[in-house]
Design a protein around this ligand. Structure first.
Ligand code: IMP
Ligand code: MG
Length: 195
């Protein structure tokens, strides 16, 4: 049995994401950046963030893979690439989480070859304790979180739980100390009428 323990609720997510959008609006005033949503994990973050962006901007989508289950393979594969020329453009990568940093480091190297004017990194969650690539730092960070595996709000565990509307840690066994905070995944899904 797997249990979810809420870590960041919907209201807190919304408020912090609005703050990030304000920063981006200020930093890119008069520019026309391309916001790149990294599928699949960043979908909710991307939509909530971009609804609060009020400068000229464009959208694009990429899909990379580097992760199997809970372990990083350290390899990055570009599954869906940009399908247009971004030379001279300002790119903002919008990603769900930075963990070891391997995926984003590989992605940035890949995008640099396309000769954009700038590349900035916007992540919802950062787990700095897990970092293995140290020369990579997000320009915009939603929340710094402890070294725990999280799901929901787009993030998955083996493709499950992306549809849960807030960020949760996933625990394999019910922890007596946490008792009432432990939510059985089935009851959470039912409660939100998601299935
Ligand atoms: P990194 O290359 O180790 O930084 O891994 C980044 C990718 O791993 C993210 O885009 C996620 O897809 C996945 N990932 C890392 N930590 C978590 C987590 O706690 N929950 C869900 N996915 C995660
Ligand atoms: Mg991801």
């Amino acid at each position: 049995m797997e249990y979810l323990k809420p870590m960041i609720d919907e209201e807190t997510l919304k408020a912090r994401i609005q703050e990030l959008a304000v920063q981006i609006n200020n930093d890119y005033k008069g520019k026309n950046p391309i916001l790149i949503c990294i599928l699949k994990g960043a979908i909710y973050f991307f939509t909530d963030l971009t609804k609060n962006i009020n400068i000229d901007c464009e959208f694009d989508f990429m899909r990379i893979s580097s992760y199997e289950g809970e372990k990083s393979t350290g390899q990055i594969e570009i599954k869906i690439d940009l399908d247009r020329n971004v030379e001279g453009r300002d790119l903002i990568i919008v990603e769900d989480i930075i963990d070891t940093g391997k995926s984003l480091s590989g992605l940035i190297k890949h995008l640099e070859k396309k000769k954009p004017n700038s590349i900035k990194l916007c992540v919802l969650l950062d787990k700095p304790d897990r970092r293995e690539v140290h020369d990579i730092n997000p320009d915009y960070t939603g929340f710094i979180i402890p070294n725990e595996f999280v799901v929901g709000y787009g993030l998955d565990y083996d493709e499950k739980y992306r549809n849960i509307p807030c960020v949760n840690c996933i625990i394999k066994e019910k922890d007596d100390d946490l008792d009432n905070n432990n939510i059985n995944i089935k009851s959470l899904v039912n409660k939100n009428n998601l299935h």
